[in-house]
Write a protein that binds this ligand. Structure first.
Ligand SMILES: Cc1cc2nc3c(=O)[nH]c(=O)nc-3n(C[C@H](O)[C@H](O)[C@H](O)COP(=O)(O)O)c2cc1C
Length: 248
């Protein structure tokens, strides 16, 4: 195809990195790539925090329970951010802006903008031979992460990303069949999706049983049912509201 599509289709999460640190030049080009992502109304409703302090990295590793949060070439934390916008205004204007800034709609904007910038960064990193792993595990204690990073009102830490030189080459993880995720004109009936999901369960089972490390017996359907039966991170909702986002 072409180099960009090859890079995208070769993505797999990397959870073991060499000790090589990203250079300042690499960090700059990755952030530039992140910033060039489309952004709702040019709001750029995110901030990316690079974590270089080893003590802080250790704390974040404890929260996530994942060693690659500490051991990587660079750690980025992607935050949804409308704080910057509130700083542009006079106190009177700020009061008038409150209703919009605190809306669910604008909270969604921060999440979309941050995610798009992150995925641009991920593809740019992978295109130069680096590996990446997203880290939702930072939300295991969102209050503590926010405190550690000194986040003001209207800023929420959404996820991290560990980037670095891969010290492993995991197999590609299969995805759901095309016809399950791509529907034409209207939402596809469950009975039509189900056989394709069953065949994906068989494919993922085979992948888990034959991959080079961490083999297990599991299917996608079983995994999802387990996941959604166990509520986690239920404090995220109150945290977001305390940061004055998603309030109305
Ligand atoms: C927003 C987000 C958060 C994630 N959080 C974690 C995480 O905390 N730890 C981890 O090991 N992987 C994490 N992942 C990686 C996913 O588990 C991974 O992308 C998925 O299983 C597909 O595997 P692949 O990326 O190797 O293709 C996250 C991915 C996304 C998009």
């Amino acid at each position: 195809m072409n180099h960009t599509i090859d890079t995208i289709l070769n993505h797999r999460s990397i959870r073991k990195f060499t000790e090589d640190k990203l250079t300042d030049e690499q960090i700059h080009i990755l952030i530039k790539a992140a910033q060039q992502a489309s952004t709702s109304s040019n709001v750029m409703a995110y901030t990316i925090i690079g974590v270089t302090d080893p003590v802080l990295k250790k704390e974040l590793r404890k929260i996530s329970g994942q060693p690659y949060v500490e051991h990587n070439g660079h750690l980025f934390v992607f935050c949804g951010d409308l704080h910057r916008i509130t700083q542009l205004s006079t106190p009177e204007e700020r009061i008038e802006m409150e209703e919009t800034i605190e809306s669910t709609e604008q909270f969604i904007v921060t999440i979309i903008d941050a995610a798009l910038s992150a995925q641009n960064l991920a593809i740019a990193a992978e295109s130069i031979g680096l590996g990446i792993c997203y880290l939702g595990s930072l939300r295991n204690d969102i209050y503590h992460v926010s405190e550690l990073l000194g986040l003001p009102d209207y800023v929420v830490p959404l996820f991290g990303m560990a980037v670095g030189t891969p010290a492993q080459q995991p197999e590609l993880k299969p995805r759901l069949p095309f016809e399950v995720v791509y529907h034409e004109n209207k939402y596809l009936a469950d009975e039509i999706q189900q056989p394709a999901i069953s065949s994906y369960d068989a494919e993922l089972l085979e992948y888990y049983q034959t991959r080079s490390s961490n083999t297990k017996v599991d299917t996608w359907s079983e995994q999802m049912i387990r996941k959604y039966r166990n509520p986690i991170r239920m404090d995220v909702s109150s945290f977001v509201k305390e940061q004055k986002l998603n309030k109305r």
